[in-house]
Design a protein. Sequence first.
Length: 153
Amino acid sequence: MQNKIQAKEKKKLHDLQDSSKEVNGYWVSLGFVTRFPGWWLQPTLRREEEGGEGLEIELELGVTQQMLFWSEKNRPNNQRRARAEYRRKIEEKEQGQEETVKRKQEAEIAKKKYKEQRLHRFKKLNQKTRKGQPVMQGKIELMLEALQQVDNS
């Protein structure tokens, strides 16, 4: 009979060691309880005044152990760190691609605007009279536009 009870307690402790529990959006590992075999009572959550949130473990003999715990992202786990690093690199790569696309679009817009201005100037300066003489009105209009742009800036 005594062996069955001890086996059940060992199984409970083993289950507690292997499991993690989510408390208010934080993952708490309960594996450290094995230091006090058979003394496990009930975990109670309490907020620390300075250090954030903590988990206070009350044990049967009045012994308490307090442990700060990490959110799932900050929990020291190599696999999570590697995943986070991978995600960060992917995000940086996507951001770089977006910036490149944005710069290319801006360059295309600037190039298009420049070509339109050049075409406009060419049409004004290339006008000829019936006899083949250049029309002075186009040159004067371009000079006027240039002066107006200087005044506006």
